[in-house]
Write a protein that binds this ligand. Structure first.
Ligand code: TTP
Ligand code: MN
Ligand code: MN
Ligand code: MN
Length: 366
């Protein structure tokens, strides 16, 4: 009777893109645990398991209050047997043995340390671990030849593993705007990624650059990068050319979530104020910055695709495909039933084409 009514039951829609997920998370202990298992799966080439844990964590992030008992979760989507077992253990015992043993495992710790090097993915890390390399010192002593990205990653390891603050993101925004204004007046810079979603820290800073006149964005990246380099702002950069038009696959069937814009992965040298009382003599820090250039005709799709979160993006594409027979990429939205593209000049229009309520960036933190 009365007691039963006090148990708050939760209800959430199946797809993360149907939900509003702010940064306020009432279930951080549970979502941290599930995210750790997701990370471990992703680092171990088990993408399916990784997605399952990410989806389960995202459902808990969207709840309006803390979970206190399993019965509250009855009927919720995306909570598989495995995730429910982890949640149960934490609710009943304060911790999950599986999560704690993963966290402490030498293998997981080594994967984290090695993939913490910019330019090192799970496959490379796994190969090194099989050779007995578990630490940066062991890697340095191994005599392995590192590529240019990995060399920069190792050199700036501590800086690149220190969260970027909002203030630092703002300082970098100023530099990028200065660069763009200098080489292409009229071009526009938009902060994307986690900072556009309102996050207070990030692992990098993401920018989308476009020009209001179609075609004027061509050649922009190399000019921006040259300017940044000449002013001494770049510690590392690697540009990948736009391959969208040359591709034979067509936009409707992107090979993966990797888009084909011209992009530049960089490491910025950011001047830092000396911390009071600090003995340090280094007056700058390294920060990962992603630059992407999009033609104005694809800008809304690029903006939506680069704002994240990664799970939100994945869910948008899954919704489009499974519920609407449409193919969404960071370039376009193709309607498989009507055999045509849907145009859009704003994110709002894309949500409308997809039959979804608009979700602002600050509520895409799934
Ligand atoms: P990230 O910068 O990796 O992630 P984030 O900004 O959400 O979080 P963090 O604070 O850790 O930096 O990616 C930002 C978005 O860019 C993400 O939603 C996916 C998108 N993206 C692509 O579309 N293509 C790509 O190749 C990559 C790497 C990212
Ligand atoms: Mn980012
Ligand atoms: Mn990024
Ligand atoms: Mn439409």
């Amino acid at each position: 009777q009365a007691a039963a009514a006090e148990v708050q039951m939760f209800s959430v829609p199946s797809y993360a893109c149907q939900r509003r997920t702010t940064l306020e998370n009432h279930n951080a202990v549970l979502t941290d645990a599930l995210s750790l298992l997701a990370e471990n799966a992703e680092l171990s080439d088990q993408e399916g398991r990784g997605v399952a844990f990410r989806r389960a964590a995202a459902v808990l992030k969207a709840l309006p209050g803390p979970v206190t008992g399993l019965t509250q979760l009855r009927g919720l989507p995306c909570l598989g047997e495995h995730s429910l077992r982890v949640i149960k253990d934490i609710l009943e015992n304060g911790a999950s043995d599986e999560v704690e043993s993963t966290r402490q495992s030498e293998h997981f710790k080594a994967l984290k340390v090695l993939t913490g090097i910019f330019g090192v993915g799970p496959k490379t890390a796994e190969r090194w671990i099989r050779e007995g390399i578990h630490s940066l010192i062991q890697l340095r002593e191994s005599g392995h030849t590192l590529n240019r990205a990995q060399q920069a990653g190792l050199l700036h390891y501590d800086d690149l593993n220190r969260p970027v603050t909002r203030a630092e993101a703002d300082a970098i925004t100023e530099v990028v705007v200065r660069a763009v204004v200098a080489v292409a007046p009229g071009a526009e810079v938009t902060l994307t990624g986690g900072f556009r979603r309102g996050k207070l820290t990030g692992h990098d800073v993401d920018f989308l650059i476009t020009h209001p006149e179609e075609g004027r964005e061509e050649g922009l990246m190399s000019k921006v990068v040259s300017w940044l380099r000449s002013q001494g702002f770049l510690l590392y950069e690697k540009t990948t050319r736009n391959s969208y038009l040359e591709s034979t696959e067509g936009p409707a069937r992107p090979a993966s979530n990797m888009d084909r814009f011209e992009r530049c992965l960089t490491i910025f040298k950011l001047d830092e104020d000396q911390r009071p009382g600090s003995e340090e003599t280094k007056l700058w820090r390294a920060v990962r910055v992603d630059l992407v250039v999009s033609p104005i005709s694809q800008f809304a799709f690029a903006l939506l695709g680069w704002t994240g979160s990664k799970l939100f993006e994945r869910e948008l594409r899954r919704w489009a495909g499974h519920e609407k027979a449409m193919s969404l990429s960071s370039h376009a939205l193709y309607d498989n039933n009507q055999s045509r593209y849907h145009r859009a000049t704003s994110e709002e229009e894309i949500f409308a084409h997809l039959g979804l309520e608009f979700v602002p960036p600050s509520e895409r933190n799934a």
